[in-house]
Design a protein around this ligand. Structure first.
Ligand code: UDP
Ligand code: MG
Length: 315
């Protein structure tokens, strides 16, 4: 099969028939063999009924329904598990992404050999606040992750099948799938400018908390990528450094005090010096960071994916 289209959806009953008809038209025009995996992320409207209706007439649709709303990441992950096409394309259900982009995305993966191609909504039809924060956020992401994408969180993306089978999208990590892919060794990541439309039906499913969560997730994903498998290298370095600086200051304070008492100079108490407290705090926090590193090592030693390498080929 050429293409699997994975569509995560949460309360999008009005859009689904239109979306599928459009996908179908594009696929037929281009002679693609395809499937559409619709993942109903615990909708409370009639989305699942609509999917059932569509499946009856169109065997190329596969439907998955969650018992409750688990979030876009979980929806994508379960869709990825089902996807059997050579190229896997993800797309939002709200008709903001255009199925007309599919042929070119497919070509870029198959002919240009990209592992991941991300959409870039260069001209976007979203509220002003969202456009500005998104710019800022993408700029930061580029710096921090080293992946040169203008629209990391674009819902419209294409992947080689092996990519989606090699990554685990959990929590809210759907915003950072290219980072997960890069971490798994898929480094040929490209982008394509895609058209974007205003939401036709329904409302957005992400509120203002997206902005805070987005940054927190960026920090965790970066930390996990760099130090997830070797927490001691992060906490240990910081801890040792602080402990040493604190230790040196302590010796300095003691030495100074001793020197002054031998030379009979009257000085203030050690505990009256700000430096004493600084040394104390540095030593204490240093030890704690070091311990955090140790505990981190113990935890990662027990994690099931402590050896999560992927063998590409064997001869
Ligand atoms: N979505 C989902 N589960 C959720 C939230 C959203 O499957 O918990 C789906 C939603 O139905 C849509 C896509 O994720 O297909 C993108 O969501 P939305 O359009 O609300 O995001 P926006 O375009 O505002 O960034
Ligand atoms: Mg949308």
């Amino acid at each position: 099969m050429n293409i699997s289209v994975v569509v995560p959806l949460f309360n999008e009953e009005e859009s689904l028939p239109e979306l599928f008809a459009w996908i179908k038209r594009v696929m037929t025009e281009n002679n693609f063999s395809y499937e559409v995996v619709m993942v109903d992320d615990g909708s409370s409207d009639g989305s699942w009924k609509v999917i059932n209706g569509l499946v009856e007439k169109n065997p190329e649709i596969k439907g998955i329904k969650f018992r409750r709303n688990y979030g876009k990441s979980a929806a994508l992950y379960s869709g990825f598990a089902k996807a059997s096409g050579n190229v896997v394309i993800t797309m939002d259900a709200d008709l903001q992404d255009s199925p007309d982009e599919i042929p070119e995305l497919y070509r870029m993966v198959v002919e240009d050999d990209f592992d991941v191609v991300s959409g870039w909504k260069k001209k976007r039809f979203d509220p002003f606040v969202k456009r500005i924060t998104s710019k800022f956020y993408n700029g930061t992401s580029r710096k921090v992750t080293g992946i040169d994408l203008h629209d990391m969180n674009c819902g419209l993306k294409a992947y080689k099948n092996t990519v989606v089978k090699s990554i685990e999208v959990y929590g809210e990590m759907h915003r950072y799938i290219p980072v997960l892919a890069k971490r798994a060794g898929f480094t040929k990541i490209g982008e394509k400018v895609v058209v974007h439309q205003e939401r036709k039906y329904g409302v957005t499913k992400f509120g203002l908390e997206r902005f805070i969560n987005g940054f927190l997730d960026l920090m965790s994903v970066t930390f996990m990528t760099k130090f997830g498998k070797r927490p001691m290298h992060f906490f240990g370095v910081l801890g040792t450094l602080m402990f040493f600086i604190g230790g040196i200051i302590t010796f300095w304070i003691i030495g100074e005090k001793l020197y002054h008492s031998f030379t009979n100079v009257i000085t203030r108490d050690v505990t009256d010096q700000p430096l004493f407290f600084i040394a104390l705090i540095l030593v204490l926090i240093g030890v704690q960071l070091f311990l955090a590193g140790f505990i981190g090592e113990l935890v990662s030693r027990n994690s099931s994916d402590r050896n999560d390498y992927i063998v590409e080929e064997e001869v």
